[in-house]
Design a protein around this ligand. Structure first.
Ligand SMILES: NC(=O)c1ccc[n+]([C@@H]2O[C@H](COP(=O)([O-])OP(=O)(O)OC[C@H]3O[C@@H](n4cnc5c(N)ncnc54)[C@H](OP(=O)(O)O)[C@@H]3O)[C@@H](O)[C@H]2O)c1
Length: 256
């Protein structure tokens, strides 16, 4: 089945749970059909030796046509893209652009998912806030301690949510998104934000692209920073492959 007009793009085959010569990504990555609480999925990429970025300090150094296609489908499926301000700054985040390949994926929803960005400093690219469409305004999750003038400025264009005093509390991120009806949450990191989300026990699913590169010891792993150390068992839901890149999907193990 091909619910997307995925012509001319990188092809994916399934290795697990059952070998399949061709995979429809929207089906493989469908969120649970019924949700009564937010479902937090992370989409991250790592080099074969575990690095979260490559030579230039960008995760894009590790990317590929297949990774970009998977990322696009994951964005099409979600209700909101959640990112830390470090990622938004370094990766030059802008409001999400609508993709023809999404087809009917977003029927009944805004044409694009909003970006929700987490920041203390509110040092954000103005176009991330000002260029978002009215039905997918950027959501800024920040703290009481954030600079007041920047907060007022952000509130002109964006939906500003104060979700903590000195630090944004991960559980308040999820409740603020749920209050807006945004249950299918896709976080794209970065490593600091992902560590906080996992240490709060919020991660339901990890979509991990393993890129066929060695990045050396310098880059962080996909979790980094001062969040309390957290361990959690995950269950392997699928392994896909496209042109030497692996796409692993893990879900929270039942006993967690
Ligand atoms: N491999 C991958 O899949 C992947 C994915 C994303 C990013 N990256 C790479 O990771 C690097 C960026 O890493 P990073 O860990 O610094 O990114 P990050 O987690 O996106 O950003 C950290 C920033 O997010 C804000 N933040 C995070 N948690 C917060 C909280 N609880 N309360 C308030 N603000 C909070 C702060 O922003 P303020 O400083 O504005 O206060 C903090 O400095 C880049 O090189 C990027 O290319 C890799």
């Amino acid at each position: 089945m091909s619910s997307l007009a995925e012509t001319g793009a990188a092809r994916f085959r399934a290795l697990l749970p059952h070998p399949e010569p061709e995979v429809d990504l929207a089906t493989a990555y469908a969120y649970p059909a019924v949700l009564d609480r937010p479902w937090l999925r992370a989409n991250m990429i790592a080099s074969a030796d575990g690095g979260a970025w490559g030579r230039t300090g960008h995760s894009g150094d590790l990317s590929s046509a297949g990774d970009r296609r998977a990322m696009s489908v994951l964005r099409g499926l979600c209700d909101v893209v959640l990112a830390g301000a470090g990622t938004a700054r370094i990766e030059g985040y802008r409001p999400v652009r609508a993709r023809e390949v999404w087809g009917q994926l977003r029927a009944g929803r805004s044409a694009t998912p909003p970006i929700a960005v987490v920041s203390r400093t509110l040092d954000l690219n103005p176009s991330l806030l000002s260029q978002a469409p009215e039905d997918a305004r950027t959501i800024v999750l920040t703290t009481e301690s954030a600079p007041q003038e920047r907060r007022r400025h952000a509130a002109r264009d964006a939906d500003v949510v104060v979700a903590g005093e000195e630090t944004v509390r991960p559980e308040l991120i999820m409740s603020a998104l749920a209050e807006r009806g945004l249950l299918r949450v896709l976080t794209e990191g970065g490593p600091h934000l992902l560590a906080e989300l996992t240490s709060a026990g919020l991660l339901d699913e990890l979509c991990l692209t393993v890129s066929p590169h060695l990045a050396g010891p310098e880059p962080a792993r996909i979790v980094a920073g001062d969040a309390p150390s957290h361990t959690q068992d995950m269950a392997l839901a699928h392994v896909l492959e496209s042109e030497g890149t692996l796409f692993l999907r893990y879900t929270r193990a039942r006993e967690n």
